[in-house]
Design a protein around this ligand. Sequence first.
Ligand code: ADP
Length: 487
Amino acid sequence: MPQRLRILFISPEVEPFAKTGGLADVAGALPKALARLGHDVRVLMPKFRGVERHAGALTPVIARLRVPIGDRTQEGALLEGRMGQVPMYFLAQDHYYDRDGLYGTPEGDFWDNCERFVFFCRAAVEALRVLGWTPQVIHANDWQSGLVPVYLETLYRDDPALTKIATLFTIHNLAYQGVFWHYDMPMTGLGWDLLTPAGIEFYGKINFLKGGLAFSDLLSTVSRTYAREIQTPEFGCGLEGVLQERSPVLHGVVNGIDYDVWNPASDPAIPKGYTAQDLQGKRACKLALQGELGLAQEPVPLLGMVTRLVEQKGLNLVLDALPGLLAEGVQLALLGTGDPALEQAFSQAAREHAGRVAVSLGYDAALAHRIYAGADFFLMPSRYEPCGLGQLISLRYGTIPLVRWTGGLADTVIEFDSGKQTGTGFGFAPFSHGALLECARRALTVYRQPGLWTRLIRNAMAADFSWEASAREYVSLYRKALKAAAP
Ligand code: ADP
């Protein structure tokens, strides 16, 4: 029986408590998968407004947690709840976290984000000194927890309760780094000697993510291809040098999805369930979706998109390719929210092509399920994509992904080969709408051959991206981190 590990998973967002993106999905599912493998895993996140709705009654475990912030002490508390079998620690500090929005409002980021997440990181470390439970491994995620490994290696280096903790830091999206002006340095409590290229300095500013990259025992990101890409200037967002230096300890582990939540056979959000053997329900889901969104209920190929409306997702390619796609007779159903200019452009397209293009602006989990189930294809022409969950969900629902070959998209979708009848989707490499169109035409050729099409759907549904395999890979990284951290 391999040793049971004590793991503290630190994440700013965890589904279902608080979510802005894919990290929340990971943080909601990976800890449960680790627990199923027998490990003692616990999760720490801020007590954002509304988490109680999903967490039920919370029990205080540290009633008064005193955390140094610059030359002041800021008080918080640690409350315990549960996520299935997994203990959840919520760091409460209402002045920082009891607000609408996690990091800001539509007008922009909160002005005190540096302070809010200095507090989060430092409180995490302070809590471990008094909690009565010490993890062997801390798994920190994204810039919001980037200072945790820094504190462990500097201010708390000689704390006997903390010295042996190994750290793994995971990058879910390198583009979000938590960069703040240097005047905030005293608030971190870290010495000015850390505001240097070898420390957390980035073009004269403080960079939380860089802290995570430079001070953790092991690094990972959410696909092998993205792990390679971020070491190049094109994808490195200015941190490619640091990542090249740390290349020997940088790993790629692809995300899974929660197969209980995403299951076309039992999904309560879709009008009719279905399986790979019996796809009748999928046809019913498509008809219902067309009806719901005001699309013509015709047997034409339906492209779905569920996405943040940001430049990263290649939405301009979709807008440019739209006339060509419509000429092929397809319909488009898009659910998303984000950049006002993109929201406007897609709304305009929906008005111009009523009955053929449907655009729903907003965040709507249930509609997302119905699009994953009801569409024939799922479009993800991202400029870059650390892992991507949309294509994994759509595979599970037999909705064929059309992707750009980048990051996790390249690692999880396999081009369909009509001759061998292998593969799960279609992809293209150049970031151009012409390449997207050409890819869509290839896909439509298969769509029009019912025998081949059913085979492709079954291949997609047979792909396995449940969390178990990825959770096992993380366990082997935790063990590696422990070895790396051993004195
Ligand atoms: P990212 O983390 O870059 O946003 P991912 O593909 O990794 O992209 O994860 C996005 C997740 O958020 C998926 O689970 C997707 O279904 C969901 N999602 C994105 N936009 C919406 C929306 N408007 N409504 C509902 N779910 C959404």
